[in-house]
Ligand binder design. Structure first.
Ligand code: GN1
Ligand code: MG
Length: 370
């Protein structure tokens, strides 16, 4: 691989030509791509984000970049014609071009690199910090959907076929079970195997709703989990959703489910104490309230009907994806130890169980907010 500094220099903002790369460090804890924070010296631009895209996952990274630019241009237009109130800050992650005006750089190993402007004065959290934070996370997802609700979905490429289509993950799970030897039996493993078995038929629920014409494809974020929502450090406002790799056609229910399954799990998705994981309905109410404050105009009656199932399904689906990857030998998600994906799967399954046990109150809450 080329030297990281050489790669960073490819993307050094043009108005920072005097600046020198002072530091490059690993940043965040993404499960797929490699992310670095680049710090510049003697420059008006202090930082930018440098990423190596995992091309095993994103097979056509040029299309990922194309979707990002279609998204960014659309939102810029929208905000130009319909500016937000003065009191509201909203940031769109901006792609940085190379010295040759390309939106990516291929290094001598063939690795695919791209850079994104750093959003200053804001931060992300792995768990909800307070009521206002919960509302702002919901608001941010609502604003994100609102801003692209008039972007024709045909303009976006399908950069990750099968993404969030639960029946596809079930098929992959069945294939993996047939191909690999199941690790030594344990109560945790048995719990997971039974957990999936008991939910196989139900897991088609959202895709069946698409087939029936109840739900339809729209532009989505694809990964709006709590720690992709940026919060302004000074005002506490939700000001951006970062990580635009999975902006593509999908169901907004995948996004609603992903945002809620991650926000309403106060122990966070990396906890080791999986048996104590539970879904917090008070947080759910706040996040949904924030979401609906900017989403009502584009939601249909059918959309509301499937919100509960979406929350349950996306938690289950992520558990299934982690569990399958554990069985397959950890080939998709980055891991720190061999059972990491099993531990993550247990957290999501326990969360799903907690959602199921509170079905009536979650459904009633959604009804009341309609
Ligand atoms: C992956 O890499 P990261 O953390 O942005 C995954 C998401 C999962 C998430 C779970 C392309 O996202 O779908 O919800 O891990 N992204 C992809 O933390 O599979
Ligand atoms: Mg992501």
């Amino acid at each position: 691989m080329n030297n990281l500094i050489d790669i960073a220099n490819q993307f050094k903002p043009k108005d920072a030509t005097q600046g020198a790369v002072a530091n490059i460090q690993e940043f965040g804890h993404g499960n797929i791509n490699h992310t670095f924070l680049v710090t510049l010296d003697n420059s008006t631009v202090k930082h930018f984000i440098l990423q190596r895209i995992n091309t095993q996952v994103f097979r056509q990274p040029e299309l990922v970049m194309q979707n990002m630019s279609i998204f960014t241009n659309h939102v810029a237009q929208r905000l130009h014609h319909f500016p937000l109130p003065e009191v509201r800050r909203w940031e769109v992650p901006r792609v940085l071009l190379t010295q040759n005006d390309q939106n990516h750089f291929i290094d001598s190993d063939g690795s695919f690199w791209r850079a994104i402007a750093f959003i200053e004065g804001a931060q992300t959290f792995d768990t909800i910090q307070n009521d206002n934070h919960a509302r702002e996370v919901g608001y941010a997802l609502g604003m994100f959907h609102n801003l692209i609700s008039d972007l024709p979905v045909e303009q976006l490429a399908d950069t990750l076929p099968g993404f969030h289509i639960t029946p596809t993950y079930l098929q992959q799970y069945a294939d993996i079970k047939a191909r690999y030897t199941i690790p030594t039996k344990s109560p945790e493993l048995d719990y997971c195997l039974k957990f999936v078995r008991d939910r196989t038929t139900w897991a088609h629920i959202l895709e069946n709703a698409v087939k029936k014409g109840y739900l339809h494809l729209r532009p989505i974020h694809g990964d709006p989990k709590i720690n992709n929502v940026m919060i302004d450090t000074a005002t506490g406002q939700g000001i951006s959703i970062i990580d635009l790799d999975t902006v593509k056609p999908g169901l907004i229910h995948y996004d609603i489910g992903d945002c809620l399954r991650s926000s309403c799990n106060p122990m966070g998705e990396e906890t080791q104490r999986w048996e104590q994981v539970s879904f917090n309905t008070s947080i759910c109410q706040l996040v949904l309230g924030g979401y609906l404050s900017v989403a009502r105009d584009f939601l249909t009656e059918r959309d509301y009907e499937y919100i509960y199932e979406a929350i349950r399904l996306i938690a289950f689906e992520l558990g299934l994806r982690f569990f399958s990857d554990y069985l397959a030998g950890n080939i998709y998600f980055k891991v720190k130890y061999p059972e990491h994906n099993l531990a993550r799967a247990l957290v999501q399954f326990k969360l799903t169980e907690s959602i199921e046990s509170q079905e009536v109150s979650i459904r009633t809450m959604i009804e009341k907010m309609r």
